[in-house]
Design a protein around this ligand. Structure first.
Ligand code: ADP
Ligand code: ZN
Length: 620
């Protein structure tokens, strides 16, 4: 017997004991016997009655020293006095119909039974909690615990900004939910399933909710990952239950977040995840089984559409995909404006500047910035949120929170300072690198010991070969500076090297930027999984010789940038020492201060013309 059943049996014993006890008490309290009125009169005449209580229809009484088979308490029907007298003189045995004691008897069982059931449920809950099964035993197969139903959604399209294309596409769904008759009359078919595809935090959930809000229909939501954590068969039962509930509330929207957790391609993982597969199958069955005319629209979100089981994407299932991408600058501005509504901004604040700084940020990050900035303003006891709060908030979101309590020793600090200044000086000296905003050796986030903050000034969609090379050079700047000064490398450049390698590889394999290998793509793994052979990555469709050449080319690109970087930093050694010294004492220096230091040393200073593709916070 395992602990889990032992645990249960304990509760069963307690419950049983409770039932018996309660029944006993109840019975004792209710040992009242019904007697005839004539019997009552006899007792009365015999002076046997200790006391009585008269209600409108009954007489309750207690007998003095009841004998065997005589009741201690009795009840009888109350009779009008003159009538009772008449009955007595004619010696009529009279008893009244006291309303059935059936209810009372029943109660004497029902109450303990309810207590018993209560204890049982409590025990099961406790047990389930102990086992970490949130919803509890009683709710197995019933998804009520985890389906979130919002009957009235307050979110509207006005709350979602920067994703205008997606909104336009979803407008049709809103129309349909508002007037389904119009669509069915014209024979139009609305897509059953709409898949929102995009990176985390871009507002997919928000959009789905807004569709419900705009249409004024209930919104069911559940996360794909919640389907799979239960026992085999439970997920499938939940799917069934979800659709059952939704059909009753139609028109409505069902939203499944993290569809990929549930809808991973079957058979890719050899370990055959039965539960997930059953759940997925049930979802497919339900999707095929319902008719959009009932007014249920299924929406789902994923940031990894390529790993979804192709069956999910077939016609009649999630046959409409809506891209919800990271916003561009005007989108970011719009999102900032939406979230700034609840925040007291100083009149001097120009949100456009913040929008320009936040290339690559998703809506959730932008919302977070305003929130952080408001907190900072409160901490600074300011009247309103000003630009410096917003800038600090941007940095926080980029690099994680300042961790002043992580103490580096003196040598480590020195090394980090040279490393970061190395990045920054290279950025100053190659054309087209993102301008350096700030260098810091205050450790931030989980891994960064220091960082160089380069903020692009505009969105970029293309990069040229030389821009990619410059980016490699900037990334190598940290490592090169360390080697120049300390004659030895450290582990601090790990992330930089990963990025360097990725860029160089893409140049060779994807962008045809290697003269040696030519304008050929060797990069087939961007294909969706269902076009592959089912075992993860596609086999390389080039020979081992080519593979070797690719590796050599990658090496060559990195090596030549390494040499270039070394040359740049050697020419700037004085600036390197000076800036690192200032950085060590001040912990942070701005891009402007860095430029001033470089100018004062008379080192070369070929300031970049301020273009870049993404926010780069190169960690030490
Ligand atoms: P996703 O589902 O794509 O991961 P969410 O919809 O959960 O992202 O977004 C999280 C939060 O971020 C939202 O509640 C909202 O406050 C904010 N947000 C994200 N995208 C946007 C947007 N496009 N417009 C306004 N706010 C947004
Ligand atoms: Zn670095």
């Amino acid at each position: 017997m395992n602990t889990k059943t032992k645990f249960n049996i304990w509760y069963v014993f307690i419950a049983l004991w409770g039932v018996i006890l309660i029944h006993e008490v109840w019975a004792r309290m209710t040992q009242i016997q019904e007697i005839s009125y004539s019997q009552f009169q006899t007792y009365l005449a015999g002076g046997r009655i200790q006391e009585i209580r008269i209600t409108q229809n009954y007489i309750n009484g207690i007998l003095k020293d009841p004998k065997e088979n005589e009741p201690k308490q009795f009840i009888t029907v109350r009779v009008a006095a003159d009538f009772a007298e008449a009955l007595a003189t004619h010696k009529v045995k009279f008893s009244g119909q006291i309303e059935s004691t059936f209810i009372r008897d029943l109660l004497s069982w029902v109450v303990p039974a309810l207590v018993f059931v209560g204890i049982w449920i409590f025990a099961m809950r406790r047990f389930a909690e102990k086992q970490g099964l949130g919803g509890g035993f009683m709710s197995i197969g019933k998804s009520k615990a985890k389906i979130y139903l919002e009957k009235e959604v307050k979110v509207t399209f006005a709350d979602v900004a920067g994703v205008d294309e997606a909104k336009t596409e979803l407008q049709e769904v809103v129309e349909f939910l508002k007037t389904p008759e119009k669509f069915s009359r014209l024979g139009g078919r609305i897509p059953k399933g709409i898949l929102l595809v995009g990176p985390p935090g871009t507002g997919k959930t928000l959009l789905a909710k807004a569709v419900a809000g705009e249409s004024g229909v209930p919104f069911f939501s559940i996360s794909g990952s919640e389907f799979v954590e239960m026992f085999v068969g439970v997920g499938a039962a939940r799917v069934r239950d979800l659709f059952e509930q939704a059909k009753q509330k139609a028109p409505c929207i069902i939203f499944i977040d993290e569809l990929d957790a549930l809808g991973k391609a079957r058979g890719v993982m050899t370990s055959g995840h039965d539960e997930r597969e059953q759940t997925l199958n049930q979802l497919l069955v339900e999707m095929d089984g319902f008719d959009t005319r009932v007014g249920v629209i299924l929406m789902a979100a994923t940031n990894r559409p390529e790993i979804l089981d192709p069956a999910l994407l077939r016609a009649g299932r999630f046959d409409r995909q809506v891209l919800v991408d990271r916003p561009d600058k005007s989108g970011r501005l719009a999102i900032l404006r939406v979230h700034a509504k609840g925040v007291q901004l100083a009149p001097s604040v120009d949100l456009e500047v913040i929008a320009a700084m936040t290339v690559g940020f998703a809506g959730a990050d932008l919302a977070n910035i305003l929130n952080e900035a408001a907190l900072l303003a409160v901490r600074g006891e300011k009247e309103a949120v000003d630009t410096s709060d917003l800038q600090e908030a941007v940095e926080r979101v980029i690099a994680g929170l300042e961790k002043k309590n992580r103490v580096l020793n003196r040598q480590e600090k020195e090394r980090v300072a040279y490393h970061e200044v190395g990045h920054a000086l290279v950025a100053l000296n190659v054309s087209g690198a993102d301008p350096v905003q700030k260098i810091s050796i205050i450790p931030r986030g989980v891994a960064a010991l220091g960082y160089t903050l380069q903020l692009p000034t505009e969105d970029r969609f293309l990069m040229t070969k030389s821009e990619l090379e410059n980016r490699i050079a900037v990334l190598l700047g940290g490592r090169v500076a360390e080697e120049l000064i300390f004659n030895e490398a450290s582990t601090g450049a790990r992330d930089d090297l990963v990025k360097v390698t990725d860029i160089a590889k893409s140049m060779v394999k994807a962008y045809g930027m290697s003269d040696k290998l030519g304008k050929v793509s060797f990069d087939r793994n961007h294909q969706p999984l269902f076009l592959q052979n089912g075992q993860g990555l596609a086999p390389a469709d080039y020979s081992d010789d080519i593979a070797r050449e690719i590796d050599l080319e990658v090496r060559r690109i990195v090596d030549s940038q390494y040499e270039r970087t070394t040359a740049i930093l050697k020419a700037n050694t004085e600036s390197l020492h000076k800036a690192a010294g200032v950085l060590l004492s001040k912990e942070t220096i701005s891009g402007v201060e860095l430029s001033a230091i470089v100018t004062s040393t008379g080192n070369t200073h070929g300031a970049g013309d301020a273009v870049g593709m993404a926010v780069a916070a190169s960690s030490s």
